[in-house]
Design a protein around this ligand. Structure first.
Ligand code: BGC
Length: 735
């Protein structure tokens, strides 16, 4: 039996086109670097992502396919995305030798993630025994055209003499999240034509079904069922002639109980359609969906291949993590590319990642903002649990919007000790960050329906929380005992970023209510009643707006990061030269509270978000003060891209470039040494911000976007699109 006879595993012309700026390559198989490669070679389609582990699997790999919304309970961290059964699994035998890159000899190895077409490819020559040699080419993709469809193909070519090729294609549920098991087996089935697997999460009862078919071309193949427990599959056996490629295509369809009442039937029907269409058609449809994405969202940087590739890789990685048809999911801090932060969603998305989508893929931005709308009930519960009215968003959010930040974590130096994690209790700026992102989306898109039904109601309900949370002290208001963006200091009072955001938030809430009265008086009335927006409450908001403490010295322009920051101890920076660890690790978590050292942009973040609202003196004074005492290399990965943006604002594009490249290398070059745990989503989104808000100098004014470009010396040309109020504009900047 043979399907997909037109399978074409590699297309040399395509692969070589502009490879330096479109392809992330791995020139050699290095078992010690695999976890890093797995992360950066992650592919996906907005429904799921799959790390770049190998089809034949290796004992130490960190295999993962994470599907949006498939949460299951875990101890301490509450919930995590359950690692889905491995759809890529293939075992290959050549004349009885099981393919394994650690056995025999490997030559001509190359692996590449082609960003332009969303395909991961590998080719190599394998010599398992003296008289046997084969060429193997693999290719896989998760279709961006149809998010339920996945495909992997392998082409085996015996080099000197005919060989018996056996390929076992499996749906492998023997998967884990760093040792934790999430699945119960519901059913499995295999025959020569199709294999199916149905599993269910142990605690949350979510069902996932996969169905697979195998097609073979280039030789007469015998297909049979392969039915090991938890791992249904199909085995193909064929005699391949020397020099004649045998091509095996595994197509897989996946559905869950989140998107179908009968996920198995849906998966079976889909894989049948895929088989009828054939591999080449699926591949073409995927490629053309990617072409559409790049046409709208690519950023072209001429004169710097490394920066160009890094930006494309970053955009690719955030795109594959952005839910395409799902309003109940958003991009996690480590995208869907690793177990870091367990799939939880942070402010990273609203402040660092969403602008890219808002300006180039507004429908996707809307999905993720809707996620915050749908999780309002959790935010209401959090506010109520803290004895406040309104809604307070979780610092780490998952399915319901309830707080899922673990309360305890492991000590850096001594993993037998636990340290208290306070962010879930007191890092509260997230509610204003979400309001900021919704408002930005509205300003850019002009989507009044969104503002009326979603944005304004969310801004108002979270404003109710702020009104309660601000503490009256005479005629001033304080926000005490919090953590600002700089997490090296906890339990601080009046963090400038937070207070300023809150003031902006309350003002925006007032404007939103006025706007609603004008555009939707019925809706405004209902909301006023539901949220108890009495005249007294609105007067109280005005008082908070006027009285909220903001330590901004009009003489010097300096803004104190929080009360007492200027009195902290100075760090003896020369003593730490050459360090390879974060200042928090070196000083100790508790101790770093006492020093003038920042994990990431805090006042600088505030300046970036409000930009021209601060005068040049303020920019200069705070730039001069805070940048030298920030832990750029080993603090938060959120820092460098934002400092690149800020440095442009300070008219220093070449210095901006240094910060920019630190962000660009966070994943591709693994400069922080932790890329194995997943892509740094905020750093990736921040690269787009640095190019567009920083180097191109995009500002949103009353009259629409304006630009104030300043490129690094060696950049010749930058081109990108933005969509403003439904109209796409192409921006071209050259020296
Ligand atoms: C950063 C936070 C960020 C979180 C998730 C922390 O290290 O300090 O700002 O939200 O990581 O990326």
């Amino acid at each position: 039996m043979s399907q997909h006879t037109n399978a074409n595993t590699f297309d040399a012309n395509e692969s070589n086109l502009n490879s330096a700026t479109w392809q992330v390559t791995e020139p050699a198989f290095d078992p010690l670097r695999q976890h890093h490669s797995e992360t950066i070679l992650t592919l996906g389609n907005g429904y799921l992502s799959t790390r770049g582990t190998f089809e034949e699997r290796y004992p130490n790999d960190r295999q993962a396919t994470l599907v949006h919304g498939m949460w299951d309970d875990v101890p301490i961290a509450f919930t995590e995305l359950a690692n889905t059964p491995d759809w890529t699994a293939l075992e290959i035998w050549v004349d009885g030798h099981r393919f394994d890159m650690q056995e025999g000899q490997i030559t001509n190895y190359a692996r590449c993630l082609d960003l332009r077409t969303g395909r991961l490819q590998r080719r190599l020559r394998w010599t398992p025994a003296e008289d046997i040699a084969v060429e193997l080419s693999f290719e896989r993709f998760a279709s961006l055209d149809d998010e339920h469809l996945l495909a992997v193909s392998v082409r085996v070519t015996p080099l000197s003499k005919p060989a018996e090729i056996k390929v076992r294609a499996m749906l492998d549920s023997r998967v884990e999240n760093d040792g934790l098991l999430h699945w119960q087996q519901v059913s499995q089935h295999s025959d020569a034509g199709q294999a199916d697997l149905v599993v269910r999460t142990r605690h949350t009862g979510k069902t996932l079904a996969m169905s697979t078919r195998l097609g073979v071309s280039g030789g007469e193949a015998h297909l049979a069922a392969s039915d090991c427990p938890g791992c249904p599959g199909i085995v193909a056996t064929a005699q391949a002639e020397a020099g004649q490629p045998l091509v095996i295509v595994k197509s897989v369809a996946i559905y869950t109980s989140r998107d179908s009442s009968d996920p198995l039937a849906a998966a079976q029907a889909k894989v049948q359609t895929a088989a009828t269409a054939g591999y080449a058609a699926l591949r073409e449809a995927n490629k053309s969906a990617w072409a559409d994405f790049w046409e709208a969202s690519d950023v072209i940087i001429e004169g710097d291949d490394e920066a160009q590739l890094a930006v494309r890789h970053a955009l690719f990685q955030v795109r594959i993590a952005a839910p395409t048809h799902d309003e109940r999911a958003s991009i996690p801090a480590k995208t869907l590319s690793g177990f870091g932060y367990r799939g939880h969603v942070f402010w990273d998305n609203e402040i660092f990642v969403l602008p890219f989508f808002t300006f180039t893929q507004p429908n996707l931005a809307r999905n993720m903002l809707m996620y915050r709308y749908h999780t309002l009930p959790g935010a209401r519960r959090k506010a109520a649990a803290n004895s406040f009215s309104g809604a307070q968003y979780a610092w780490e959010s998952a399915e319901t919007g309830d707080e899922v930040t673990p309360t305890w974590g492991l000590d850096f130096d001594d993993p037998t000790k636990l340290v208290r994690i306070w962010t879930g209790d007191i890092q509260i700026h997230i509610s204003a960050d979400i309001a900021y992102a919704m408002h930005q989306y509205w300003r850019v898109t002009g989507d009044d329906d969104f503002w009326q039904d979603v944005g304004a109601p969310v801004v108002l309900e979270t404003a109710v929380f702020w009104g309660d949370r601000a503490e009256a002290e005479g005629d001033r208001f304080a926000i005490r005992d919090i953590i600002g963006p700089d997490e090296y200091h906890d339990h601080v009072d009046n963090n400038a970023y937070t207070n300023h955001m809150v003031r902006w938030h309350l003002k925006t809430a007032q404007d939103a209510l006025e706007w609603l009265w004008e555009h939707d008086p019925g809706g405004a009335g209902t909301l006023v009643e539901k949220l108890d927006l009495t005249p007294e409450r609105l007067t109280h908001w005005r008082k908070v707006i006027d009285g909220l403490i903001l330590a901004h010295d009009p003489e010097t322009g300096l803004i104190e990061q929080f009360e007492g920051f200027f009195d902290l101890e100075d760090v003896d920076w020369p003593a730490y030269e050459g360090r390879t660890k974060s200042m928090q690790e070196l000083l100790d978590i508790e101790e770093s509270n006492h020093y003038k050292v920042l994990k990431q942009a805090d006042v600088i973040a505030l300046l970036c978000l409000f930009d021209d609202a601060f005068d040049q003196k303020t920019w200069q004074a705070n730039w001069d003060y805070y940048v030298p005492i920030t832990d750029h290399a080993y603090g938060s990965s959120l820092g460098p891209a934002m400092h690149a943006w800020a440095a442009c604002r300070m008219g220093q594009p070449d210095l901006a470039y240094e910060h920019f490249m630190r962000a660009a290398r966070a994943d591709l070059s693994d400069v922080r040494g932790n890329a194995w745990d997943g892509i740094h989503a905020a750093s990736a989104g921040g690269l787009w911000e640095a190019v567009v808000f920083g180097f191109a100098g995009l500002r949103l004014t009353e009259n629409g976007p304006t630009f104030k470009p300043q490129l690094p010396t060696h950049w010749r040309r930058v081109v990108f699109n933005i969509i403003y109020r439904g109209e796409r504009r192409r921006i071209e900047l050259s020296r």
